[in-house]
Design a protein around this ligand. Structure first.
Ligand code: SF4
Ligand code: SF4
Length: 331
């Protein structure tokens, strides 16, 4: 994460003209591919799809108003907590497991089911419902008292009845988030007269602290979805081990911390001493480091830097491998 701005030497400085040209051609090919790939991608939503077509196809801005109120007095109290399809974000898993005094691995085993992110074939976790046929109550629902993890409920539960989508349009520099209204027939909260803006509702539901964490995770999934049409980042399919790494870094901070401190991670990447000290106890910081590291290993982004000596060794090894493959084959 730390950047060494004094050292201006780049790997390109040590390259032969042929290697430099090859690198430039590869970079240009990547840029061309990315230009073709940038398109509208709907990546993240909060729909618990039980009724047909519950989404109002209107993009809502933060200042747009809608009528809605959910309280114990509504006739549909708790109905939305049955048979849901809720994807847990990395911060949801962290907050829920900590609030239940469980290690993330134990939390995942008890309260979630493994799933694949539909757009990118990447492993994620969904909140479990009781029963066999998928229509039962949420594992955290108490029929009388309602949600037993309300303070730490998932961001999808906070958002409802709003859905959130992120789009990346060709003509736009970065992704754009917007909300939309989900009107399921069973939800009587839409008949209440309380009016609020999208921003007011988000504030009331405590969504904002989740934004920065969701952004990092969604960005990765969104890019993977885009790259999928050409077989994966740089045209290469993502191998099983990388998928496991993705799952570890986005669902299990305890395991990721062990990975950071017990593997070659700290010998490989430039992370300053102060940050290393914080990473020992700061789970949220560790999540953000995980996103940076994933962006680096998946898309070669400079979100985290290799130590100079490690980089030089890697270049030398790549050259050696290159030279070996270019040797004429002996009969
Ligand atoms: S976590 Fe709480 S609010 Fe969300 S579905 Fe379960 S019981 Fe309902
Ligand atoms: S009003 Fe909607 S969100 Fe509230 S309990 Fe009823 S179904 Fe759930």
């Amino acid at each position: 994460m730390a950047k060494d701005t004094d050292n201006k030497a780049t790997p390109e400085d040590d390259m032969t003209p042929i290697e430099a040209r090859r690198l430039m051609e590869e970079e240009e090919a990547k840029r061309r591919a990315q230009r073709d790939l940038d398109k509208e991608v709907n990546i993240f939503d909060g729909i618990r799809d039980r009724d047909n077509n519950p989404v109002e196809p209107v993009k809502l801005k933060g200042s747009n108003k809608f009528c809605f109120s959910c309280h114990k007095g509504v006739s549909c109290w708790n109905e939305c907590c049955y048979g849901h399809d809720i994807t847990l974000t990395p911060l949801d898993i962290l907050k829920l497991s900590r609030s239940l005094y469980l290690a993330p691995a134990t939390f995942l085993e008890k309260y979630t089911v493994p799933a694949l992110w539909h757009g990118a074939d990447m492993p994620i976790a969904k909140l479990r419902v009781k029963g066999e046929d998928g229509s039962g109550p949420c594992v955290f629902l108490d029929e009388k008292e309602g949600c037993t993890v309300y303070e730490n409920r998932p961001v999808n539960c906070r958002y409802y009845p709003l859905g959130m989508a992120t789009v990346k349009l060709k003509e736009h520099k970065g992704p754009e988030d917007f909300s939309f209204l989900v009107r399921e027939k069973h939800c009587k909260g839409h008949e209440e007269s309380k009016e609020q803006t999208v921003d007011e509702y988000r504030r009331e539901q405590g969504v904002e602290p989740y934004d920065i964490f969701n952004r990092g995770w969604v960005d990765i999934l969104m890019k993977l979805s885009s790259w999928k049409v050409v077989g994966g980042p740089g045209g290469r399919e993502i191998d099983q081990r990388t998928k496991q790494m993705f799952f570890m870094a986005t669902t299990d901070v305890d395991m990721f911390r062990r990975f950071v401190f017990e593997s070659k991670f700290l010998k490989t990447y430039k992370i300053d001493d102060e940050m290393v000290e914080k990473l020992k106890t700061d789970d949220e910081l560790l999540l953000l480091l995980g996103f940076d590291w994933l962006k680096h290993i998946l898309f070669n982004e400079k979100t985290i830097e290799m130590k100079d000596e490690v980089l030089q060794d890697a270049i030398a090894a790549a050259r050696q491998a290159d030279a070996g493959s270019e040797k004429p084959q002996e009969d």
